[in-house]
Design a protein around this ligand. Structure first.
Ligand code: NAD
Ligand code: MG
Length: 397
């Protein structure tokens, strides 16, 4: 953090009204708020009251809603504040493009891709919470960051843990990346029982408090599937070097295994503010008010192998990595449609993976991820194929 006469660090928060976004503003407030940081822009979608309150509280230069229909509401809520209000997809890109040193990428889903790319291309440091950027456009996204010249600092707790456990200049000695997974609320449920769960049951995560998509994704382990692909791109490892282990307490956030048999782990209470604070202060560490681990109280840490029959998403991630090309984008887009259909009560819990797998198989011959247009085209086609399968399943039910 710069202090004294130097200009405050300028930050942008894409998706400030979400779970990660709110935690980011909390960390910023803890670390000095307006005295230490200047907020270039924040963005949200539907929750205009919260977006306007946040913008006023942190003194943002610009507030953007991606929902064009809410422009007037945002403008009214910000009137007299001097904060620029804007709306729509282009405004989102503009928010990502105006100069800042550090950008929190915390928009959920594929909607985060274009603005995060814009921020990466102009050379900002990217604190990456949005995993879809790497799942859908891994190589292109990593290249955009490298050409832009900024740093890519993972915020997803597992990837932050791995980033912290990776020793400088020891990439050659990395044998395996071990992603921990809580196993979600259905860890011990038989498959037949999982078939009938509702979104309300599925979103109740045992350890972490998170947004809707990632909570449902934790229950289906689709979130872990995205994280496997995310790890492949972030840490430049082969698919066979990525392991998943169920660890119900979510205390070990992930591990790196080295060629001498040593394993380095990062531990902490399940609180995203630790990973956000790490990304904001990297390469230093700052004092954060988060709960401290009490090992005596914890008493034990448990581990078990994941069950790829009850949680086929893990198998799909391996398939996507083996096939390469646009399969990550296809898997992600199809699952996003299936996720919305499940939340709307249109399909069952287990049908989400069925749909993702069917669309991946249908589009197996789709060409390579040569540029972003190819990614967006595959994304769109996968969505329409998934939507057709949702309709089919609804009719059959
Ligand atoms: P969330 O649903 O709580 O918030 C998402 C944010 O995106 C909100 O600000 C929302 O307004 C905005 N948004 C929604 N739809 C949009 C659209 N169409 N266009 C533009 N903006 C839109 O989600 P979250 O849990 O904060 O997760 C954000 C990202 O971080 C996801 O990619 C998720 O996988 C990742 N992540 C979250 C956690 C967590 O603990 N919540 C942990 C690790 C990674
Ligand atoms: Mg995670």
């Amino acid at each position: 953090m710069k202090t004294g006469n130097t200009a405050p660090r300028r930050l942008t928060i894409l998706g400030s009204t979400g779970s990660i976004g709110q935690n980011t503003l909390d960390v910023i407030a803890q670390l000095g708020g307006r005295d230490a940081f200047e907020i270039a822009a924040i963005t949200g979608h539907d929750n205009i009251d919260l977006l306007a309150d946040q913008a006023k509280a942190c003194g943002a230069g610009m507030a953007v809603t991606s929902n064009e229909g809410r422009y007037q509401a945002l403008k009214d809520a910000l009137s007299g504040s001097g904060i620029v209000a804007a709306a729509g997809r282009n405004a989102l890109i503009e928010a990502a493009t105006i100069p800042s040193d550090w950008v929190m990428a915390a928009i959920v889903g594929t909607a985060g891709l274009a603005p995060t790319l814009a921020a990466a291309s102009r050379g900002a440091d990217i604190a990456l919470a949005n995993k879809e950027c790497l799942v859908s456009a891994g190589d292109l996204f990593v290249r955009a960051v490298s050409e832009g010249g900024g740093r890519l600092i993972p915020v997803d707790s597992e990837h932050s843990a791995i980033f912290q456990a990776l020793e400088d200049d020891q990439q050659h000695a990395v044998e395996r990346i071990i992603l921990t997974a809580s196993g979600g609320p259905f860890r011990t449920w038989p498959r037949e029982q999982m078939a009938n769960v509702t979104a309300a049951t599925a979103r109740a995560h045992p350890n972490w408090s998170m947004g809707l998509k990632i909570s449902i994704g934790s229950a289906s382990m689709f979130n872990k599937a995205l994280e496997m692909i995310e790890a492949k791109h972030l840490f430049n490892v082969r698919p066979d070097q990525i392991e998943v282990i169920i660890h119900p307490q979510s205390i070990i956030h992930s591990m790196v295994g080295y060629s001498d048999g040593c394993v380095l782990a990062q531990l902490g209470c399940p609180d995203m503010r630790s990973a956000i604070g790490y990304a904001l202060n990297y390469p230093s560490r700052a004092k954060l008010s988060v709960e401290r681990l009490d090992f005596a109280k914890l008493a034990r840490l448990d581990f078990e192998a994941p069950d790829e029959v009850r949680f086929p998403a893990l198998r799909l991630a391996r398939t996507a990595m083996e096939r390469g090309g646009l399969q990550g984008a296809i898997m992600n887009a199809a699952e996003e449609i299936a996720f919305h259909a499940f939340v709307d009560g249109r399909i069952g819990f287990l049908e989400m993976a069925d749909i993702a797998e069917a669309v991946m198989d249908q589009m197996i011959a789709t060409g390579a991820a040569e540029n972003m247009d190819a990614v967006f085209a595959a994304d769109e086609e996968a969505r329409s194929r998934a939507a057709a399968l949702v309709l089919q399943k609804e009719k059959a039910a």
